[in-house]
Design a binder for this molecule. Sequence first.
Ligand code: 8X3
Length: 246
Amino acid sequence: MHLQGIAELLAEQGVTLILVARRRDKLIELSKKLQSKTSCYVCDCDLADTDSISEALDKIPQDFANIDVLINCAGAALGVGPAQEADWNDWQAMINVNCVGLAFITQRLLPNMVENNKGHVINIGSTAGTYPYKGGNIYGATKAFVKQLTLNIKADLLGTAVRVSNIEPGMVSDSEFSLVRFKGDADKANAVYEGIEALSSVDLANTVLWVLTQPPHVNINRVELMPINQAPQRTAYHKGTHKTES
Ligand code: 8X3
């Protein structure tokens, strides 16, 4: 998961962390790994469910409550089929976690940052939010939402020292992203990256750290990164006849 690579790099810097995700056992395992470097609070909640997020945020202990960096790195792609064959439940799940959950937690934490005049919201978007591809349908649309929300929040933050950034990676191979997209079919998930040295969660974490450590007057609005072996797709075309009603 992206969370792990980012948390590990920030722990190296001694940053106090709140680890937020659904699976408590995984979070505890990660926090144990990081405990020699920093203090971590484990906050298990379902980022697709605003009640669950709200309840979890309300339980954050006082020592951790002054949150000045929010990294929205949860997100999912489900399915690779065309829009006309999509399962609505997959679309709803992507909208819930990639858009609703992200917007909700951001909206909850932003007022404190503005009040303190200190903070940074870093969203993990995707190149899919800019470049369309076959089967990208709602996933790309949710990431376009994240990109535009970032830029619009930037406009609202004018006059404050709070920063907001969108990091937009292309293919990242060492997370569960592809496995989730192919619904657990590891062969199909791995085949996507065969012959490509894809980005890693370390590359992503390095980008987060770079964005975060710019001088206070510098706001990185967007960073787009791809493996050397990936490029934005050319405009698609179809040769031959198109289907018409007879
Ligand atoms: C994922 C980017 O190109 O694997 O956010 O769909 S891609």
